[in-house]
Design a protein around this ligand. Structure first.
Ligand code: NAI
Ligand code: MG
Length: 486
């Protein structure tokens, strides 16, 4: 299915180029261990070129003064081009990341297309206000682009998370330098090329594959970059914020989580088990909002654990390209080792392993882990506190609603949360009490281009999606005063 020649060089100014020093890195298919291709590894000198191209796009009439209706149509055309290339992009995503083709093709790609269409609708609706001020003055505001936006994205949803940033940034008239994760750079590169094919001027969208410590860090430090939109680990988020301080860039961070999924005793237990399973096994659990802590009220605790373990046992790994596969390959060998470290920690700290926990292969190859459930987890344990980023659920018993809320809030994170109950009063009360940027009631892992997504506490700040968040992140406001009495 990967017919299109795979794009593996640096995309700057609507042209392919090699890294200044000619360096490359391998991107590997985690389901087979095979190298898909060698990709150019952008260095500081390449970031320099990308910034020059993006800055020139911001001063060039073709982009700076593009009629907003035309900007909107370009985004819509890009959505169409992505839709037309969806089979190819989904196959590329699955090869690079190891996620089931079912997820890439049926969930990620349609949502990316919808995301570009949603933000196409924003492009010609960005406006300021006239403000009643004291004195003989006309005061009005202009909402202008921030300028050059550096987007740094992770490997778990390579194209989707790129779209979450690139689509609103372009809608707001910025120029973008996208630095995809070194583990999964391929779909982002193709996105850059598609944008040129539909008519985005040179320099508007540049894609610079490379490592975080080189390409990413150079982007964050560069004085010609006005804002950084980052999704990734909390640890690197801290570095990005610190480094960006030097040039006082506008920073938004979408970081890790340890999201609680609360199951109250009056819940529809079957639905809750299903929701808990998709909450942690969807995307191999390599999901920032994964429902990695399942808090279950005692009256239904044993029943729930048994049904959840049973469901996990039936969530089997398979070849990601097989359309029936629902649990794919862990993104890299290194990530699998990290996750296995947590499985060992769970056992060592005395949690009860009730499903999975085994490294495995498919057709004798690849980095796979069986769907894993630990029961009798205590909130202080490592597997209840740290982001694992793998298909590993920690189930904790809770005594009552108060205990559930206290336990749910007992981490440094605050990205998302779920609650399962038939009591609407309790549901809304829990939604208010949880420290989380998203709360799902009787569902989990729902996203929409129109609904803002982002963190409380150490899960970061700034929101992706939704038009208000986009305006906040990718525009700046200028106040203009006009004297009317002279
Ligand atoms: P990471 O945070 O290192 O990578 C995310 C992005 O940041 C990548 O594009 C990377 O190249 C870039 N980056 C890394 N260091 C940088 C630096 N000094 N300056 C600028 N950019 C830099 O994530 P990693 O190491 O791949 O994954 C480790 C753990 O992080 C995972 O196990 C998971 O717990 C968490 N994580 C969370 C994500 C989320 O969506 N919230 C996404 C990816 C990882
Ligand atoms: Mg890293």
């Amino acid at each position: 299915m990967l017919q299109h020649p795979i794009r593996n060089r640096i995309w700057i100014g609507n042209e392919w180029s090699d890294a200044a020093d000619g360096g490359t890195f391998a991107t590997v298919n985690p389901a087979t261990g095979e190298t898909i291709t060698e990709v150019s590894s952008a260095q500081a000198a390449d970031i320099e070129r990308a910034v020059a191209a993006a800055r020139s796009a911001m001063t060039n009439d073709a982009w700076r003064n593009m009629n907003p209706h035309k900007r909107s149509r370009l985004l819509w055309k890009l959505a169409d081009a992505i839709e037309a290339a969806a089979d190819e992009l989904a196959a590329l995503e699955t090869a690079d990341n190891g996620k089931p083709y079912f997820e890439s093709r049926k969930v990620d790609l349609p949502s990316v297309v919808e995301n570009f269409r949603y933000f196409a609708g924003l492009a010609d609706r960005i406006q300021g206000a006239t403000i009643p001020v004291a004195g003989p003055f006309l005061n009005y505001t202009l909402r202008e682009p921030v300028g050059v936006v550096g987007c740094i994205t992770p490997w778990n949803f390579p194209l989707s998370l790129a779209a979450w940033k690139v689509a609103p940034a372009l809608a707001c008239g910025n120029a973008v330098i996208l630095k995809p994760a070194e583990q999964t750079p391929l779909t982002a590169l193709r996105l850059g090329e598609l944008a040129a094919e539909v008519g985005f001027p040179a320099g508007v969208l540049n894609v610079v594959p490379g490592f975080g410590e080189t390409a990413g860090a150079a982007l964050v430090r560069h004085p010609g970059v006005d804002a950084i939109a980052f999704t990734g680990s909390t640890e690197v988020g801290r570095i990005v914020m610190r480094e960006a301080a030097e040039t006082l860039k506008k920073v938004s961070l979408e970081l890790g989580g340890k999201s609680p999924n609360i199951v109250l005793a009056d819940a529809d237990v079957k639905a809750a088990v299903r929701g808990a399973a998709t909450g942690i096994f969807y995307g191999k659990g390599e999901v920032c909002a994964a429902g990695s802590r399942v808090l279950v009220e005692r009256p239904i605790y044993e029943e729930f654990v048994e049904a959840f373990a049973d469901r996990a046992a039936r969530t089997t790994v398979g070849d990601p390209m097989d359309e029936s596969t629902r649990l794919g390959a862990i993104v890299t060998e290194e990530q699998l080792e990290r996750v296995m470290g947590y499985v060992e920690a769970g056992k060592a700290e005395g949690a009860r392993l009730v499903a999975g926990g085994e490294r495995t292969t498919v057709n004798g190859k690849g980095n796979f882990l069986t769907a894993t459930v630990f029961a009798d987890v205590e909130s202080k344990m490592k597997i209840a506190q740290e982001e694992i980023f793998g298909p590993v659920a920690a189930v904790l018993p809770v005594d009552d609603l108060e205990h559930a809320i206290a336990t749910a809030n007992d981490t440094v994170f605050g990205l998302a949360a779920g609650v399962w109950t038939r009591d609407i009063g309790k549901a809304h009360r829990v939604a208010r009490e949880l420290q989380a940027g998203t709360v799902w009631i009787n569902t989990y892992n729902q996203y929409d281009s129109a609904s803002p997504f982002g963190g409380y506490r150490q899960s970061g700040f700034g929101r992706d999606l939704g038009y208000e968040a986009a305006l906040e992140k990718y525009t700046q406001v200028k106040s203009v005063w006009v004297a009317m009495d002279r």
